[in-house]
Design a protein around this ligand. Structure first.
Ligand SMILES: C[S@@+](CC[C@H](N)C(=O)[O-])C[C@H]1O[C@@H](n2cnc3c(N)ncnc32)[C@H](O)[C@@H]1O
Length: 415
């Protein structure tokens, strides 16, 4: 009901905005948030979110937050009351005007505070968008909206238009398999329980289907998903493989995630192996040159899916990048070794960070040392997709296509 919707908005919204809320709380309390004890700090964050970002009347937001402090930190009631009154004395825009760096002198810092993202992430987005700060702003706004849940109607088992009718959703704009859900708990849907569909962002569907759409001469029966957990793309690849008489080898290094892949692909021609994808040539299921199509959906920062994981933007750090990019390069080199000459590799991330996308691809193809061509990925996507760039790689964006910010490079091993 309405209480549940309020609680959801308050929780997700506060998590998403926490860096900006902390700047306001610190200014109002005249001390760094680290010096406020955690239960009181959390209550003040929730109060600040209601005051500045929800249409909760100030007296109600203050009194409900003070009631909360009374339970979690009774000694801080007076302090919390005073801080909340200062926060309530201005609206969100006035606080941003007071606290954010000057928009001319430090545009990234200004956007970061105003749109509730860490500055290093805003900088990475701006770089991936060619320095266009107006478009970067559109992206930040899109990242703060709660996205619809997307379903993938599994080819051969369900049809998107029918499924949309069944679940009260609408067919996706681009992916022939996508259905947008209006809300509610998708876990309760019969179509998910009986394996006709799975939850998957439309962008993820598009990049997995693009691997299968890449033109290929010769055999086309042995497909490999080198980073398969928890199994969203393996589910779609498996359904497509079943229609085409192909088989999928799905590799996942983490045991519990490998189990999820097994569950997600029940009844499909998918063979799951819990192994390190870099072990190509050293593991019987991963022979060198043994595959016609290979997907590398690499572990990454997930900066392209911030709208679906409200707190992740504040947990991620620039120091996450070096170990991730190292694994990404090693996995892509392994994929190029696993594919036969003439076969295709799709390198995918749900991050638009250039270091995880272009830099990884260039560096891995250099390290591979044998000839590789870029395949133009644009014609491998459904016709009519707007703003997919100049190729050969494709970067999708929440504010452009309404998908997560998936990156796709398709490579053909030529020797
Ligand atoms: C982005 S997720 C893949 C998502 C998956 N393709 C899907 O659509 O559901 C990356 C996965 O790679 C796995 N991984 C990380 N390092 C790996 C390695 N060296 N070999 C195989 N899998 C690895 C992670 O455990 C994680 O499950």
């Amino acid at each position: 009901g309405r209480d549940a919707a309020f609680a959801t908005e308050l929780t997700y919204g506060t998590l998403r905005a926490v860096g900006t809320l902390d700047a306001v709380v610190a200014a109002a309390a005249r001390r760094p948030v680290e010096r406020i004890d955690p239960p009181t700090r959390d209550a003040l964050r929730l109060g600040a979110y209601q005051l500045l970002r929800m249409r909760v009347p100030a007296h109600a937001a203050v009194s409900s937050t003070v009631d909360l402090v009374r339970v979690v930190a009774p000694a801080a009631i007076g302090f919390a009351n005073a801080v909340l009154r200062v926060i309530a004395s201005r609206d969100f825009d006035a606080w941003i005007a007071e606290l954010a760096p000057d928009a001319e002198a430090d545009p990234i810092g200004h956007l970061a505070l105003a749109h509730q993202h860490p500055a290093w992430i805003v900088r990475a987005f701006a770089e991936a968008l060619g320095g266009d700060l107006a478009e970067t702003t559109e992206l930040l706004i899109a990242n703060n909206e709660r996205p619809a849940v997307h379903l993938c109607a599994r080819p051969g088992r369900a049809e998107a238009a029918r499924l949309a009718e069944e679940v009260g959703g609408t067919p996706g704009r681009f992916s022939p398999y996508a259905v947008y859900l209006p809300g509610g708990d998708p876990g309760e849907l019969a179509a998910l329980r009986d394996g006709r569909a799975h939850v998957q962002d439309e962008g993820s569907q598009l990049v997995a289907a693009a691997l299968v759409a890449a033109p290929l001469d010769g055999t086309d029966r042995r497909w490999l998903d080198l980073c398969a957990g928890p199994g969203g793309k393996a589910g779609l690849l498996g359904a497509l493989a079943a229609e085409r008489g192909a088989e999928v080898t799905a590799v996942e290094v983490a045991e519990h995630r490998a189990r999820l892949v097994t569950e997600a692909t029940a009844g499909l021609p998918v063979h799951v192996h819990c192994a390190d994808g870099r072990a190509v040539g050293r593991y019987p299921a991963l022979p060198e040159g043994g595959f016609d199509r290979v997907l590398v959906d690499a572990p990454c920062t997930g900066l392209g899916a911030l709208r679906r994981r409200p707190e992740s933007r504040w947990r991620r750090q620039p120091s996450d990048l070096p170990p991730l990019t190292q694994v990404q390069r090693e996995l892509l080199v392994a994929a190029l070794r696993a594919v036969r000459p003439g076969g295709v590799v799709a390198y995918v991330t749900c991050s638009p960070h250039i270091v995880e996308t272009h830099v990884t691809v260039v560096e891995a193809t250099r390290r591979f040392g044998r000839p590789v061509d870029f395949v133009d990925a644009r014609p491998l996507l459904p016709e009519g997709m707007p703003e997919i760039g100049d190729g050969p790689t494709v970067q999708l964006w929440p504010h452009r296509q309404g998908t997560d910010a998936m990156f796709l490079a398709v490579l053909r091993r030529t020797g």
